[in-house]
Design a protein. Structure first.
Ligand code: ZN
Length: 279
């Protein structure tokens, strides 16, 4: 009887050990398969994201370099605003062609004396139709006239009227010729600006493309040296050297993970050397 009981006890212990081993194996499998499934799903999610942002859905699930850049750009909050001063010019159409080819919007600050020239007006209209913003850059571009004789606001309003006549859109954003400093450090002009509800944008990067001594390659170098912020407003001009280097400027900002912004009256944010939040 005692022997039989011991045998049963031994059998029970063996059963217990077998069940324990079984449980350990089961646990191992659950963890292993679970992890595999997790990674698989993550992989699936990533390829889904790729097909959404890429130009074409990926038939094989490999990630191409182009898609990686695209994901980087969509995820990043870095934005560059390309701004072109002093137009319209004979180059405006060619600038629009490049911007269209690269699907990049821009903000133009146009000068009244050029807007009055009928030969350029179709390009101005086209710029507005293609989603670019046309802001004002004064009628004369003359320092003494604008700042010493305080014609800044009257000239900007006249330029805005011209833009409206050509494009049918009423702008509020202006760029001060030679920048807002020192010309706009003048209370009389500032109160006129407030009254007219104008906004004034300077820039965060000066490409120095206005200098005749700067080569197209140097324009790109200056830009690369000065690119530091998540939001950059790049000063460019409608010059031949700028036109030549523009595709590389666009490529550079894409590589750096920037999206291209266009000014919007509804989403205004201040950018002026005076750090005046009202502008
Ligand atoms: Zn200018």
């Amino acid at each position: 009887m005692q022997l039989k009981q011991r045998k049963i006890h031994k059998n029970k212990r063996n059963h217990f050990i077998i069940i324990l081993i079984f449980l350990v194996i089961l646990f191992y499998f659950v963890i292993e398969v679970g992890m595999h499934t997790y990674y698989k799903w993550n992989g699936k999610d990533a390829s889904l994201a790729l097909s959404v942002v890429g130009d074409a859905p990926n038939k094989d699930s490999r990630i191409s370099v182009k898609d990686k850049d695209e994901i980087l750009r969509v995820k990043s909050k870095k934005v560059v605003y390309l701004t072109f001063d002093d137009g319209p010019t004979k180059w405006t159409g060619a600038f629009l062609d490049i911007l269209q080819e690269h699907k990049v919007p821009a903000t133009f600050f146009m000068q009244g004396s050029n807007l009055e020239k009928a030969v350029f007006q179709n390009d101005v209209k086209r710029a507005a139709e293609e989603g670019h913003y046309i802001g004002a850059h004064s009628m004369t571009h003359e320092y003494d006239e604008l700042y010493k004789r305080r014609q800044f606001v009257p000239e900007m309003l006249a330029t805005i009227d011209l833009i409206y006549d050509i494009t049918g859109t009423k702008s509020t954003l202006v760029r001060a010729p030679y920048g807002s400093l020192p010309g706009l450090r003048n209370d009389a002009i500032l109160s006129q600006i407030m009254e007219a509800k104008l906004r004034v944008w300077d820039w965060t990067i000066d490409s120095r493309d206005w200098d005749v001594q700067t080569s197209p390659e140097e324009v790109l170098e200056y830009i690369m040296e000065d690119t530091k912020n998540d939001v950059e407003i790049l000063l460019l001009h409608e010059k031949k050297r700028t036109l030549e280097i523009l595709p590389q400027i666009i490529a550079y900002f894409k590589e750096q993970g920037y999206l291209f912004g266009v000014y919007s009256d509804a989403k205004h944010f201040p950018c002026n050397f005076m750090e005046d939040e009202r502008l």
